[in-house]
Design a protein around this ligand. Structure first.
Ligand SMILES: C[S@@+](CC[C@H](N)C(=O)[O-])C[C@H]1O[C@@H](n2cnc3c(N)ncnc32)[C@H](O)[C@@H]1O
Length: 256
């Protein structure tokens, strides 16, 4: 089928077979896996995953591609959900099978942060996630405290996942070519993440990083006095990127 890539759906199709092989090797699909692929597109990854799986569920927004996928792959093996991954309830798949699910995808870059945040909701039901994303986004996800890339995305995701940037993928691996490098990340939900409410943590982290160059006593003034920060073991003169994930969680758990 001739399909003109749609920019508004973040369509950059993987065409380099060696990159595809590397991704599939990193995922290591097994017949017993309950696997979901987000944004299968023309099925570049789908076709490589299917032979190792007894079933694969995919979520695709573009109706033309949904028709193509349904006509191309055996329906008894490939279940195609037409819809928005941002609204998809992963719990339903876990409930059907009783097993933890594996999520994979070469994600649409225009929705990567909201999608990663949406998936946080299901981390209890997920075994692992392997995603291709913009390299700069992966660098922010795995960034350590004290580094330039450390910020809201790092804290929110490191709270729930252990993550590794596996390898970098150049623009030439795609059609059309994106303007930036991409990278593949592995995300494994932590067995016992620290208890915290998502909205409280998000509110605290967003406020703390509202002005990166300012001290916490300034940025967090709407929520905490200097004495309260000190009482929680946080030096008020530190800058937001100097706080560990655990310290952000401690703050969020004391938000009034
Ligand atoms: C970067 S392309 C990857 C396509 C294919 N997996 C590949 O590697 O060649 C992203 C895919 O996600 C789909 N997509 C975009 N927004 C989506 C959404 N909100 N929910 C589900 N799929 C979406 C696009 O239509 C496209 O097929």
């Amino acid at each position: 089928m001739k399909h003109l890539p749609r920019k508004r759906f973040g369509q950059n199709f993987l065409k380099d077979p060696s990159v595809l092989d590397k991704i599939i090797a990193a995922i290591a699909p097994a017949a017993s896996d309950i696997m979901v692929e987000i944004g299968p597109g023309m099925g570049a990854m789908t076709g490589k995953l299917l032979p190792s799986l007894s079933r694969l569920e995919v979520i695709e927004l573009d109706r033309d591609l949904v028709v193509y996928l349904r006509n191309t792959f055996p329906p008894e093996k490939l279940v195609v959900h037409q819809g928005d991954a941002l609204a998809f309830d992963m719990r339903s798949l876990k409930e059907q099978s009783g097993e933890k699910i594996r999520i994979v995808g070469n994600l649409p870059y225009n929705i990567s942060t909201p999608l990663l945040f949406h998936l946080l909701e299901f981390s209890l039901f997920v075994k692992d996630q392997h995603f291709m994303l913009q390299r700069e986004v992966v660098e922010r996800m795995v960034a350590e405290p004290g580094s330039k890339a450390y910020g809201r995305l790092s804290v929110m995701l490191q709270w729930q996942y252990d993550m590794d940037m596996l390898f970098i993928v150049p623009p030439e691996a795609f059609d059309p070519q994106p303007k930036v490098d991409s990278a593949v990340v592995r995300m494994i939900p932590k067995e016992n993440p620290e208890k915290c409410s998502f909205p409280a943590l998000e509110k605290t982290v967003t406020q703390a990083f509202s002005q990166r160059r300012k001290m916490l006593r300034n940025n967090l003034a709407p929520f905490f006095t200097e004495a309260e920060l000190t009482g929680l073991g946080i030096e008020p003169t530190k800058r937001p990127e100097e706080l560990s994930v655990e310290q952000f969680i401690r703050l969020a758990n004391h938000l009034k």
